[in-house]
Design a protein around this ligand. Structure first.
Ligand code: FES
Ligand code: FES
Length: 175
């Protein structure tokens, strides 16, 4: 459904969008030209997803849609209707950090931190599909995420540490 509203004397077409974000059904009225990145940050108040280049080149806007990493700066919200959208705000569960968040914090893998939400979500998608990734596989899965601060080594190490802990948790749960 489309609505029209006045803004600064001009007409701005808005669309009503229903999204499932971090396990919650959300409905917003957003300008039709807004990307998923803009809707998450501006209409839904979820600033954890960062905007960088807005050209599909830096990966800092990565979120999961249906469990797969997508660049939210190049995605229209309407493409996500009926699918689960996960942002960095949805990674922690029950007040506990996700093992990836824990490992990044312990190893000091973030410097300015701007790229980290995107890395966390790319890594979360990888570990869901490949619980024991090689260093090369981790590097490939996060190749679209650029970091200008860290040199990447501590990020790769944190993902390996989180993977090891998640495997050990699974083994203990099945004992
Ligand atoms: S902000 Fe989306 S890829 Fe850079
Ligand atoms: S920690 Fe600064 S861009 Fe990655």
């Amino acid at each position: 459904m489309n609505d029209r509203s006045n803004r600064r004397g001009g007409l701005l077409e808005k669309a009503r969008i229903r999204l499932r974000v971090n396990g919650e059904e959300r409905e917003v009225l957003a300008p039709v030209h807004h990307t998923l990145l803009e809707v998450l940050r501006e209409e839904l108040g979820l600033p954890g997803t960062k905007h960088g280049c807005e050209l599909g080149e830096c990966g800092t806007c990565t979120v999961l849609v249906g469990g797969q990493p997508v660049l939210s700066c190049l995605t229209l919200p309407v493409e996500c209707e009926g699918r689960e959208v996960t942002t960095v705000e949805g990674l922690a569960a029950g007040g506990a950090l996700h093992p990836l968040q824990q490992a990044f914090a312990e190893l000091g893998s973030a410097q300015c931190g701007y790229c980290i939400p995107g890395f966390l979500l790319s890594a979360a998608a990888l570990l869901r599909e490949r619980p024991s990734p090689t260093r090369q596989e981790i590097a490939e899965a996060t190749a679209g995420n650029l970091c200008r601060c860290t040199g990447y080594l501590k990020i790769l190490e944190a993902i390996e540490l989180a993977a090891a802990r998640m495997r050990s948790r699974m083994e203990n749960a099945s004992d």
